[in-house]
Design a protein around this ligand. Structure first.
Ligand code: ISJ
Length: 475
């Protein structure tokens, strides 16, 4: 049981004095190792309830973050939302007071599209926040609990320290077990319908034949009614145990959850070094290893899939030029194998030119959306998506992640994702279209991509169920 740590209260008093001197509120963070904390328990604690929640289990860096509550929200609107939040965070970070083992970070997510005028809808296009309490786990390291507060000149330290201590207790106290019971969920509808999908793919292929654009990613949504008591917590627990693969993400804010198990990293920044990849081109997996290898060979040799992925590589290397030098794309492409699909991947590295002025958020702003989820040329493809794709993308295929006080961090692309409100989940998947794409094949591809999320939600696999329907032979 954690009370309000006297050391944190003392740090809040220091921050108050600093805020009084400067006339501006100051971030204060205090940290302590919590050796007994475990990933699955933290996942369960962070994902229940209605408080601001952030869960991150990175497949790329091995870093996990479990966070509860918010000490400070940064909201941004419009196409400039990444740079605006980055700028404000940099100012806050410069004055921040960190004590002991503190590892504060800003966490959150962005929308795929932005309102051009700002404040056009009630949901900000970008929302990142400093959690009240967070536990960070790194491969091989001890879990560290960090308490954060934003201290104004007139704050009373004992009071200002309380929310962080309360959220820390919530994170570290054992949560009730997430139900392991068989779950069930029902598909309500698909958007667009299979026929609508066919028409849209044909329309996109015609637009590409008329050279309006070279590639566009068309997405569809499956709306699911879940019968879980706590859908986000149960879904995250199931995805963590499943073979879905990728980085596990849960973002709970304002009564809505974004949940993803994504293979796609938008960008990572560590000490001025940029890591990213172009991930595109898809074939399914097969349980039979011989057939699986044949599919991999097709992935590596099909000129259409190669083209789809090369467009992404060249876009990323060009976009990074605005802030980076020494941009290198690996000569050899890799294959990323997931539970139901496999993709082509090219690793890309670069060095940031001005470390003081470039955070992982600025880099995300340069890259989003890449042609892996938007299209190429970008503006023409995005205009087509906005006009023709039914339903809003919301947080789907958009940046989500974290950044620390130095601007380092990880941003993922929220694909293989679902958004959950109450007992309704919307599952998203898209497919890259180029000249020669066929509607039926692309539809199948989106079904494979949705499968792990639908399975974790409890939607039965109708293909497999069909195979087990008993048959009576009548004579
Ligand atoms: C758009 C999605 O995935 C993207 C599209 C891919 C493709 O078209 O082959 C492959 C990987 C992702 O970059 C999605 O999963 O929703």
């Amino acid at each position: 049981m954690i009370g309000v740590s006297p050391e944190f209260v003392a740090a809040c008093e220091r921050a108050r004095a600093a805020a009084e001197r400067s006339g501006r509120p100051v971030i204060v963070s205090w940290g302590t190792p919590v050796p007994a904390a475990s990933g699955p328990a933290l996942l369960a604690s962070a994902s229940r309830g209605t408080y601001p929640a952030f869960v991150w289990e990175s497949a790329w860096t091995g870093r996990s973050i479990y966070a509860s509550g918010s000490a400070l929200n940064l909201v941004g609107w419009g196409p400039n939302r990444f740079a605006a939040i980055s700028h404000t965070w940099r100012q806050q970070a410069r004055a921040a007071i960190t004590v002991a083992a503190a590892q504060p970070c800003l966490v959150g997510r962005f929308s795929f599209f932005s309102s051009s005028t700002g404040a056009a809808s009630d949901r900000p296009d970008g929302l990142m926040w400093l959690p009240a309490a967070q536990v960070t786990l790194r491969d091989g390291g001890e879990p560290v609990l960090t308490l954060n507060a934003w201290i104004t000149p007139d704050a009373i330290p004992e009071q200002a320290a309380r929310p962080a201590a309360w959220h820390a207790r919530r994170l570290l106290e054992p949560a009730p077990r997430v139900s392991e019971a068989e779950i069930a969920a029902t598909i309500l509808f698909e958007q667009p319908s299979p026929e609508g999908w066919r028409d849209l793919v044909d329309e996109a292929v015609t637009a590409m034949a008329a050279a309006e654009f070279e590639k566009v990613v068309l997405a569809r949504q499956t709306l699911v009614l879940t019968h879980s008591r706590d859908p986000a917590a149960e879904l995250l627990a199931r995805l963590a145990r499943s073979t879905a693969g990728g980085t596990l993400i849960g973002v709970g804010r304002d009564g809505e959850w974004l949940v993803a198990a994504t293979p796609e990293c938008l960008v990572r920044l560590t000490d001025g070094q940029v890591h990213t990849h172009s991930l595109a081109g898809t074939v399914p997996r097969d349980l039979d290893s011989g057939h699986d290898a044949t599919l991999t060979a097709r992935l590596q040799s099909d000129p259409k899939l190669s083209r789809e992925q090369a467009i992404v590589t060249s876009f990323i290397t060009n976009a990074l030029r605005a802030a980076c030098d020494d941009i290198r794309a690996d000569a050899a492409r890799q294959v990323v194998r997931l539970a139901t699909v496999q993709h082509l991947e090219t690793s890309i590295q670069a060095t940031v030119r001005d470390r003081d002025e470039t955070s992982v958020l600025d880099l995300a702003g340069l890259l989003h959306p890449t042609p892996a989820v938007g299209g190429y040329p970008r503006d023409a493809a995005l205009r087509w998506i906005e006009r023709r794709e039914p339903g809003h993308r919301g947080w789907y295929a958009a940046p989500v992640g974290w950044t620390d006080l130095s601007g380092d961090g990880e941003m993922a692309v929220a694909i293989r994702s679902a958004s959950i409100t109450g007992n309704r989940a919307t599952v998203y998947a898209g497919a890259g279209l180029v000249a020669g794409s066929r509607a039926a094949e692309e539809y199948e591809e989106t079904r494979w991509k949705m499968r792990p999320m639908l399975a974790a939600l409890g939607v039965p696999d109708m293909d497999r169920a069909g195979a087990t329907v008993p048959t009576l032979e009548v004579r």
